[in-house]
Design a protein around this ligand. Structure first.
Ligand SMILES: Cc1ncc(COP(=O)(O)O)c(C=O)c1O
Length: 392
């Protein structure tokens, strides 16, 4: 049987090899390596796909978040509310800019930020909310937008994991995830749904003045060549990566459909199993399944991972330690037990392989092994499951 990967990037490349090779060679032959025409064309094509006025390409998804906060003029001490259950980058940039990260719990079914917890965390110093569209599904943007409007807060959508997802509003309209808040950001890390062959990122906004500011910050704070109006950064999307992304953008919806088909097959195999909770799918958001993440009820996750590894099946824990229990983010405001949902998820989630090239036979083998582990009483523990107390 073919080797099983969490994400099969090489298999995906093989299907579009001719187009990719040509695109990369064209950039090399053009010598337009930095901010060349491929970057500009990708920007325009991505604006069209996203239905947004401005895409500002940059070097990665972490920079995108940082640049967003810089362009909004957030000042040291300003409070930024974000989800505790996320990749570290979301909180990292808040801390780097000397803003104050205010962590809140997530919802147990969608794993996304809990709007009620957001509202409870607002103080006079709160300036922004950063919801994360985790694992491919959107946070509840209608509830969050109402809170942001009521308290005059910015929303920066961290859309590193749900690019291409449609958000359906109650009035029947829809927008792409990442284009609902004042700013949205994404990452083109290779394993992302729209992944480059290296690093990359982008920022979205419909606000012309903000777009101007973002373009300045991203390029050394420069307004005109060698005139620097604000302190900025150097964060560029590489021309070769832009050329690759132009090819892959054409397939993004197809890729989302392929991921959904994998999720459907996992769902039908697991949905009635007493030991598993399958990922919830909210009506307001088309899930694009960046990850397929199960919550285990009584089974020992680490033993399951070891068992699967013994069958050459990779599985990952996204994420094993909540932010407030990470060494770098310990804070007298927070202690173990303060974020029950996040802590419970960190102790009980496990993500299975999901990607665009998943062959149904290989998936059947994964499913059989997950079920044979769970159905074997000897590997289960009934109580006292792993509790996460600190990050190493
Ligand atoms: C939710 C989230 N935010 C931000 C990032 C940062 O993106 P990058 O790795 O491109 O800096 C990631 C990437 O893993 C992510 O998953």
């Amino acid at each position: 049987m073919q080797k099983i990967h969490m994400v099969d990037l090489f298999g995906q490349y093989q299907k579009i090899q001719k187009e990719i090779d040509e695109a990369v060679l064209n950039v090399i032959r053009s010598s337009a390596y930095i901010n060349g025409p491929e970057v500009k064309t990708f920007q325009a094509e991505f604006e069209k796909y996203m239905g947004v006025k401005h895409v500002i390409p940059c070097a990665n998804g972490t920079d995108a978040l940082q640049i967003a906060m810089m362009a909004l003029g957030l000042q040291p001490g300003d409070e930024v509310i974000t989800a505790n259950f996320t990749y570290v980058a979301t909180a990292e940039v808040i801390a780097l800019l000397k803003l104050k990260p205010v962590l809140v719990d997530v919802l147990p079914d969608t794993f996304t930020i809990d709007p009620k917890a957001v509202e409870a965390a607002i103080t006079p110093r709160t300036k922004a909310i950063v919801p994360v569209h985790l694992f491919g599904q959107c946070a509840d943007m209608e509830a969050l937008s109402a809170i942001a409007a009521k308290h005059h807060l910015f929303i920066i959508e961290d859309n590193a994991q749900a690019i291409g997802a449609d958000y359906h509003f109650k009035d029947g309209s829809k927008k792409k995830a990442g284009t609902i808040g004042i700013i949205g950001t994404t990452s083109f890390f290779p394993s992302k749904n729209l992944g480059a062959y290296g690093d990359g990122g982008a920022i979205f906004t419909n606000d012309d003045a903000l777009a101007k500011q973002l373009r300045m910050v991203v390029n050394h704070g420069q307004s005109t060549l060698y005139y620097h109006d604000v302190v900025g950064v150097n964060s560029r999307l590489d021309s070769i990566q832009a050329a690759i992304l132009r090819v892959k953008l054409k397939y993004l919806d197809q890729y989302a459909a392929a991921r959904r088909a994998v999720a459907d097959r996992y769902d039908s195999a697991f949905k009635n199993h007493p030991e598993i909770t399958t990922p919830a799918r909210e009506k307001y958001s088309d899930h694009v399944f960046h990850q397929y993440t199960l919550i285990l009820k009584n089974a020992d996750r680490n033993k399951m991972r070891e068992y699967l590894a013994s069958k050459e099946i990779p599985a990952m824990i996204y994420y094993p330690v909540p932010l407030h229990l990470q060494k770098a983010y310990t804070d007298p405001r927070y202690k173990a037990g303060d974020f029950p949902v996040t802590e419970w998820l960190c102790a009980n989630v496990i993500s299975l392989p999901i990607h665009t090239e998943m062959n149904p036979e290989v998936q059947e083998y994964i499913i059989e092994n997950v079920l044979s582990f769970l159905n074997d009483e000897s590997v289960k523990i009934s109580a006292g499951k792993t509790v996460v107390t600190s990050g190493k």
